[in-house]
Write a protein that binds this ligand. Structure first.
Ligand code: FRU
Length: 492
């Protein structure tokens, strides 16, 4: 019976394998990703102000110019023309010291292109003014004393910035009121911002980005086990239709409430109020431990077709203790977001904007049960695997990634429970924090007994897209070796 399975194995190894000695291998070990963006040095967290202007994608982000720990929060800056490779630019918006000894850190927020000069901050007729709407986090003697929404603006494509001289533009006299996400909708600016410890998202509107009126709010729904941060609200296409729904993404707790994670709501937005649909349980964007603060790009030419998001790859549970190399953390590859209708319900789908990650080893494999025990030698820790797995006759499978002796990061699939798990307990350096070694899982329904996995491994990040992005898991790993193998086994 076992022999009836047809094996189709196509391995495309784009780079020729080279022989590397053990010593050189140690020297080549790096946690710096080859095809994910991160700053050359120092600390990064949330993506901020992601916006497109005149052929350039701008990624601003929370950045500490002075070290690899969180602090002195400023907006770092990188640009890309293709969302694939990024060029780091100097700090865009720095922390400011006030005359009374307090400091205004530049916390998370968004950026828009004020092409009609609604703000009056630019010269008449200037179409390319960029305005950043961010949270000024005011700290005195090391203690947060206020969070207010403020503006900075740039007339040279985000290279140099001025602070608006009448900041702040929104002040509720609160200490946890942050992360404004602003977008243009039907002739007005809309802002979604959170009262973090009240688990409430507020929606404001404005004609000029300077004066804001509260139009609605929602809160204490879905997951509010921990905190609400980095909200967003955007229109998302429903695949195979010409219809759209609105999605609000909120950074909050992970399923395991010892960690942070992200949820989303699907609903309708009438220009003032976001009304979430009834939902069964909490909708999770990514089931890994290292996906947070995701937000969409603003002002892309084909915004209406599909939004693109980026997220911070880390978890506040251990963020500051993460194994570092003069820098800490990174961002996911940009992902396209859409909705599909399944069993009468809508569900978010995420796909990488590009998957031809270069330079890297790429393996395409279709396998059925007789491919059991397959081992693929990898020449580095940066590669892309595309597996189509036929479950016929098996109870599941396991894939060891980055396998070197006992060291491995393992994907397990159980055909009965339909759970796909990722185990990083033996993935290499795990003991820098007790919360780091972990096993996460997500439900993946086979389609005609087939599971498709698109797996991106990039030195210290693993992004797994199951069944064309219907379930996604992002995790950090810190292998101690390079150039191990990928091992595939079916479970009988
Ligand atoms: C989310 C967050 C935001 C805040 C920023 C500070 O990771 O806590 O709420 O604006 O980080 O760096």
């Amino acid at each position: 019976m076992k022999n009836i399975f047809i094996i189709l194995i196509i391995a495309i190894i784009s780079n020729a394998c080279t022989t590397i000695s053990a010593d050189t291998k140690k020297d080549l070990l790096t946690y710096h990703p080859a095809y994910h963006y991160t700053s050359e040095k120092n600390w990064v967290n949330d993506p901020n102000g992601m916006v497109y202007l005149e052929g350039e994608y701008h990624l601003f982000y929370q950045y500490n110019p002075f070290g690899e720990k969180w602090g002195h929060m400023s907006w770092g800056h990188a640009v890309s023309t293709d969302l694939k490779t990024w060029k780091e630019l100097p700090v865009a918006i720095p922390e400011i010291k006030n005359s009374d000894g307090s400091v205004n850190m530049v916390f998370s927020g968004s950026a828009v292109i004020d092409s009609l000069n609604t703000s009056g901050l630019f010269e008449e007729g200037f179409k390319f003014g960029m305005v950043a709407i961010y949270t000024a986090h005011i700290e005195k003697d090391g203690k947060g004393i206020g969070q207010v929404q403020s503006l900075a603006y740039s007339s040279d494509k985000g290279r140099t910035w001025k602070f608006y001289d009448k900041n702040p533009v929104l002040d509720l006299k609160m200490t946890d009121f942050r992360d404004p996400s602003v977008f243009w909708h039907e002739g007005k600016w809309k802002m979604i911002v959170v009262k973090s410890l009240e688990y409430t998202a507020q929606i404001y509107e404005s004609a000029d980005l300077k004066s804001w009126e509260l139009v609605s709010e929602f809160g204490k729904i879905g997951d509010y086990a921990k905190i609400w941060e980095c909200p967003s609200l955007f229109k998302v296409p429903i695949e195979n239709s010409d219809k759209f729904k609105w999605i609000s993404m909120i950074s909050s707790a992970h399923e395991d409430t010892d960690y942070v994670g992200m949820q989303y709501f699907i609903g309708e937005f009438d220009g003032k109020k976001f009304t979430p649909d009834a939902q069964k349980g909490v909708l999770r964007i990514d089931h890994g431990k290292d996906f947070y603060a995701a937000v969409p790009f603003n002002s892309r030419p084909d915004d209406q077709k599909y939004p693109i998001i980026m997220a911070w790859v880390n978890n506040w549970a251990y963020a500051g203790d993460l194994t570092a190399e003069g820098r800490r953390s990174m961002f996911i590859m940009p992902r396209k977001v859409s909705l599909i209708e399944k069993n009468g319900e809508y569900q978010m789908v995420q796909k990488p904007v590009f998957s031809d990650v270069i330079p890297t080893q790429m393996i395409n494999l279709s396998m059925s049960k007789s491919a059991n025990g397959k081992t693929i030698e990898m020449k580095s820790n940066s590669f892309h695997l595309n597996f189509t797995i036929d479950l016929t006759g098996s109870k599941g499978f396991s894939i060891d990634l980055l396998k070197n002796g006992d060291e491995k990061s393992t994907i397990n699939y159980d055909s009965i429970t339909k759970k796909l798990s990722f185990d990083r307990t033996k993935s290499g350096v795990v003991n820098f924090h007790e919360k780091f070694p972990s096993i996460e899982n997500m439900t993946v329904e086979p389609e005609n007994n087939i599971i498709k996995l698109d797996i991106f491994v990039d030195n210290s990040i693993v992004e797994i897209f199951a069944n064309d992005g219907q379930a996604v898991l992002t995790n950090l790993v810190f292998p101690k070796n390079i150039g191990g193998s990928v091992n595939f086994n079916f479970v009988n």
